[in-house]
Ligand binder design. Structure first.
Ligand SMILES: [Zn+2]
Length: 63
């Protein structure tokens, strides 16, 4: 079969624009908007009272 592996482009962090293969879905305010952020920004946001963790975004999909 000639199926190619589909690799998504890296996602930039919504806060610092750094690209990474693994990012984190978080909420840090009352607006209810999810942000995709890098590990550094996720760790900083974790100290916020409004912090919500929504899962991990991975560039490479596991089968
Ligand atoms: Zn960041």
């Amino acid at each position: 079969m000639g199926k190619k592996d589909r690799i998504r482009p890296p996602k930039p962090c919504d806060i610092c624009s750094k690209e990474a293969d693994v990012q984190f879905r978080i909420q840090t305010n009352e607006s209810g908007n999810w942000r995709i952020v890098c590990k550094t920004c996720q760790e900083q946001a974790a100290s916020s009272a409004d912090y919500l963790y929504g899962g991990t975004w991975k560039r490479k999909k596991r089968n």
